[in-house]
Design a protein around this ligand. Structure first.
Ligand SMILES: [Fe+2]
Length: 190
């Protein structure tokens, strides 16, 4: 499918800027702004690999991508729910219609690794989010800030084989893991 990300970001400028602002305030290892950018990139790649007639609300996916972890913080038990509610409230304030708000809500609410999304938008957001675990820039940021990310290593095969929904997501994963190994190799030996 074709996607014009700039057009989407222009269309939803206010809501996306709010998401970015909130996102930058999240204080948790591995949840920097770089990760959000990775997620949006991954979404673009997955969408471009989907058949042209796929029924999916791309605008909702992109907005959800910017908001998916805004509710993340210390001692938060269900950050997915908090993020989904925060986004719903913000969309309602901007007078988005109810159906679209629900699509955005559903796109976020089940994105944790052991949850199963119940909409195609939810699957897309979850796949893009999970692929971001192996993003080179995210690893670079975590290494520079001395944040623990190596624990993620144990989850990688499960992540690829059991958590990703779309076949195209697995293909993207396979390309990205090569980049990550190359990055780590260079980091260690240079
Ligand atoms: Fe999350």
């Amino acid at each position: 499918m074709k996607i014009d990300i700039e057009e989407i970001e222009k269309r939803h400028k206010i809501i996306i800027s709010k998401g970015i602002k909130l996102n930058k305030q999240v204080k948790k290892d591995g949840y920097g702004y770089q990760r959000t950018l990775d997620i949006i990139d991954n979404m673009q790649d997955i969408i471009e690999g989907l058949p042209e007639d796929t029924k999916i609300d791309i605008d909702a996916c992109i907005i959800a991508g910017y908001w998916l972890d805004v509710g993340k913080g210390a001692n938060v038990e269900n950050p997915e729910k908090i993020s989904a509610n925060m986004l719903s409230d913000a969309l309602a304030k901007e007078n988005y219609d109810k159906k679209f708000i629900k699509t955005c809500y559903e796109a976020i609410i089940h994105h944790r690794w052991n949850m199963i999304p119940n909409t195609i938008e939810g699957h897309l957001v979850k796949d893009a989010d999970k692929i971001s675990f192996i993003g080179v820039e995210r690893w670079r940021e975590c290494i520079e800030k001395k944040q623990r990310i190596d624990l993620t290593m144990k989850l990688l095969s499960t992540l690829r084989n059991e958590m990703l929904y779309f076949n195209i997501s697995k293909t993207i994963y396979d390309e990205k893991i090569v980049d990550l190994v190359q990055f780590l190799y260079d980091y260690i030996f240079n």
